[in-house]
Write a protein that binds this ligand. Structure first.
Ligand code: HEM
Ligand code: CA
Ligand code: CA
Length: 307
């Protein structure tokens, strides 16, 4: 359904316009790459890769962006897509969908910070539904069991190996303290801190997050060793007790996921190959073509609501 040549005639400069926009944004704001990767994941898992995540709420609709789990999505990520859209509307107005822009921007940003290149096929249409109430059932929280996480990804069509590879997205970016506070302050009745966390790491996190309930912006890097570089350090960290989220650490505990953690920790090329493959699959999740969607004029509003 999707193709590499989709905009070849109608917008031949698409790739270079997206590349230029993304490069200057990432250089000015180095957190853009991680923010955009997470934005893309949250888009594709809810209504498919259709830019439903980019819609703003208005008086008649509470959009996905306003669901609790999406409150922490990156403003820089939303902005890089909006900037690319503005540039594209000047060159080829009404042609390129916001969902294709997000897919391309994500790939370029992952590659820019050191991750693998993969092909992004194009021709997605933008969705006409974006409801906050449909988000929670389609995304998963880091405090869930590995059983739940495996099942969640299976329902979306991903194998255990693909899930472990996609979790490697946490090799970049950060998490707010509330996402892992239970692991350091409230682990169980016998100990406040997960004893499987590397002690100095846990101590550092406790300091960073000491006032997290009042200082809600406090956060920690997902990959404490190479937070800005897309590499396999995430898996090496997991083996040393340096995983941040409960769902990260659970990957080394569960016998179904552990072999893949070991493989990707030992072999970055194997991780890159698996990640690239899984991202291509993610990018095809529930895509809409033809009349099932539209090409938005602006990424934060449906066409039919615009005056
Ligand atoms: C097991 C499923 C997953 C869970 C439970 C999970 C959970 C989380 C949580 C709680 C955060 C922190 C959000 C914040 O506090 O701002 C986060 C951040 C992030 N996640 Fe995931 N995630 C999962 C899978 C993925 C996947 C599949 C990707 C992409 C391939 C991904 C990419 C990211 C990135 C890049 C960040 C950092 C965002 C930033 O720095 O702005 N995650 N994730
Ligand atoms: Ca979506
Ligand atoms: Ca890293």
């Amino acid at each position: 359904k999707l193709s590499m040549e989709y905009y070849k005639k109608t917008c031949p400069d698409l790739e270079s316009i997206v590349r230029d926009t993304v490069t200057s944004k990432q250089m000015a704001n180095p957190t853009t790459a991680a923010g955009t990767l997470r934005l893309f994941f949250h888009d594709c898992m809810v209504e498919g890769c259709d830019a439903s995540i980019l819609i703003s709420s208005n008086h008649i609709n509470i959009a996905e962006r306003d669901a609790d789990i999406n409150q922490s999505l990156s403003g820089d990520a939303l902005e890089v897509v909006a900037r690319a859209k503005t540039a594209l509307e000047l060159t080829c107005p009404g042609i390129v969908s916001c969902s294709d822009i997000l897919a391309l921007a994500t790939r370029n940003l992952v590659t820019m910070v050191g991750g693998p290149f993969y092909n992004v096929r194009l021709g997605r249409k933008d969705g006409k539904v974006s409801q906050a109430s449909r988000v929670e059932a389609n995304l998963i929280r880091s405090n869930r069991t590995m059983e739940d996480i495996i099942n969640y990804f299976a329902v979306k069509g991903f194998t255990i190996e693909e899930m472990v590879a996609l979790s490697g997205g946490h090799t970049i970016g950060f998490s707010h303290c509330k996402e892992f506070a239970d692991r350091i302050f409230n682990y169980n009745r016998t100990t406040p801190t997960d004893p499987e966390m590397y002690p100095n790491f846990a101590e550092g996190l406790k300091k960073t997050c000491a006032n997290y309930q009042t200082n809600t912006a406090m956060s920690a890097f997902n990959d404490v060793i190479t937070p800005g570089k897309f590499d396999n350090m995430y898996y090496l960290n997991l083996k040393r007790g340096l995983g941040l989220l409960s769902s990260d650490h659970a990957l080394v505990k569960d016998p179904r996921t552990r072999p893949f953690v070991d493989l990707y920790a030992a072999d970055q090329a194997a991780f890159f190959k698996a990640f690239a493959h899984a991202m291509e699959k993610l990018a095809h999740q529930g895509v809409k073509t033809g009349r099932k969607g539209e090409v938005r004029h602006r990424c934060d509003a449906f066409n039919f609501i615009q005056s």
